[in-house]
Each structure stands twice: as structure tokens, then as C-alpha cells.
Design a binder for this molecule. Sequence first.
Ligand SMILES: *Cc1c(COP(=O)(O)O)cnc(C)c1O
Length: 366
Amino acid sequence: MRAAAAFPLTPTLTVAKPSPMSTGTLTIDLDAILANWRALDAMSAGETAAVVKSDAYGLGTARVARSLAHAGARSFFVAVAEEGAALRATLGPSPAIYVFSGHMPGDADMIGDTGLIPMLNSLDQMIRHAEALPGHPFGIQLDTGMNRLGMEPGEWAAVRDVALGQSPALLISHLACADLPDHPMNRQQLHAFHEMTDGLDVPRCLANTGGVLMGPDYHFDMCRPGIGVYGGRPFADARPVVTLDLPVIQCRDLDPGETVGYANAFTAHRPTRIATVAAGYGDGILRALGPQSSLLAEDGTACPIAGRISMDLIGVDVTDLDHDPKSLQLLGTEQGVDDLADNAGTIGYEILTSLGARYLRRYIGG
Ligand SMILES: *Cc1c(COP(=O)(O)O)cnc(C)c1O
């Protein structure tokens, strides 16, 4: 190490870059994302948008959205205006960017300057939008029973004619139970959406991933899948998108009776080899998935997690391997986001959006 004083004008030299040797490597297959989007697009007659909220479900909005736009996606949905403004900087002027949260106080400049289309959720938002940005495009979100966002039938009936007079770009609603195709709520919401929008000369959009899979009744003019594009349930035929490889820092031998990790949660019952890998719940590897989950060695051997997942470290039982591995795989084609989700009692969406900031992110394809 040279003395810092010798380089007083180059302080950036000291900034550490993530190295594939010391942190996990998250590989994101852009070709798989595109294949999934195209497969969902092929299921409906109308336009297929892409939902890229929450950093494209944790996978990196800039890279994901640029690839999708290149593949032909013309409309994108984000949760909040800040995400939309960043996406606009990435994609340039052409694609339509819709904002689920609508027009929030303080958002007018961002919506106006970056050409976002807020999905107005209430009369309050309609007034705010009309006052701050008269003539600026907007859509309307309707509540058909989920009771989360959107105008309810009574409110819509009251403002409908005024809203239609200003030519909304899109009418949407969201399905609460689309991952359960037989749930009666789906038909009920479909019926409510028809009641609220039939005969209006405005494009309509109802289907998330589950809605796309439920067939043409749910497709209307546009579909807006998210999780299926990223390889998750309920799109069973999706190509897996993410691979997560974690480096092994150290291996050690345990005698029967010795324990591993916090609270001694693992006890060796045979002569045991334990590998310690460099990742933990601080990287979004949910502590709750520990007891059920394994990491995979290069030859596919499942190596069970031994003891509690720590913030930065995980103990793994590698006794059944004939060598000490350099790295072990937590996510890949053998064990996907939904497998981990099942092990942790959650959903693939949460596994993806929890993926930590410390990983080296590597994009392939696209
Ligand atoms: C997240 C979201 C979607 C996408 O849902 P998936 O289940 O990920 O396909 C669509 N519409 C709304 C309103 C959403 O919040």
C-alpha cells in the first residue's frame, strides 16, 4: 500500500469495488427475461407492457427495461414517480411510463418534466392533476374489489364524465387472486371491470401475470405482467432468470457433538465438514429459509444449511462432497426463487426484491 499522502489528488483510488471473490455473484439472464416476456406477449392479442417497479423486482430496472424496450415493449409500469423519472432517463422519450401510485403531492414537476402517465386513484388526485398539469396525459385506476388502490364504483360514476372529457390514456384495475385461477374473485372482478368500463372509448388493462394466464377474457387491450417476466410463479413455464453463487470463505471439520452458529442450532451427528459462505440475511437471504434449504455444489449435490443464517455468513454441511468447494449455489435452475420462497413461507416476489446490494451483479444475454 502506498501512503495516501503521496496521492493527495486521487482519493477515488481508495474506493473499493465489489470483487467476485469476496461477495456473492448474482447472474441475471436477460435472454430468459426476454423469452418470458415474449411468451406472455404471445398469449394475448393486444399489447404487452412490463411491470418494472421496485428496481424490476430487484433485478435492475435500467438493464432489464432497456432489453425489453429493444425487444419491442412500448409501455412500462412503475410504482412511484421517482422510479418513472429514473426509467425515463434510461429509456429516452418514446416508451409510455405509467405510475401506479398516481399523482402524489409534490410530484407535478417530475411527472410533467419526464412525461410520466399517473394512474389517478381518486377524485383528489384528479383535481391535483388537472390543476397542476392541465392537458397532461393520465390514466385512471379503478377498484374492482381489492380495496387497495383506485376509484370505487360510486366515485367513478360521479367523476366519469368529467374524466372522459379529458381523454384518459388507459383504464386499469388489479386482480387480487389471479394466482388462483379458480377463485371466484376473478370472475367477480372481471364483471365489475366490465360494469365500470364497457362502452367507454378508452383502452383497458386488467391482467397481471396471473391474468394473462387466465385467458382472453382477462386480456382487454393491454396486459401488464411482472413476476412471470422474471421467472416466477404462477408462470409455470417461465425460464429461470437468476443464479446466485456464494463464495466459500473457510472450511473446517467438526467432531460429533460440536455445534455450528448462533444458538448452537446445528449439532454434528457424524464427523462433519462445514463450509462458511459469504452471504446472509443482510443480503436478503431470509433467515426463515435456513432450516429447509440447501446450497448446491457444482456437481449438483445438495449441501444443507447448518444452523442459523447470520447477517453475512451461512454455515453449510459439505460432508458429502469429496472436495472443498470454492463456491456454492443458492439460486439457479435446480433451486429457483419459488423453491426458496416455499422454504421461507413467502412468495418469489419477496425473494427477488430482497436480493441484496452487496452482490456483484452480472448480466448475460440481452
Ligand atoms: C405488481 C403489479 C402488477 C404485476 O403483477 P405480477 O403478479 O407481478 O404480474 C400489475 N399490476 C399492479 C397494479 C401491480 O401492483
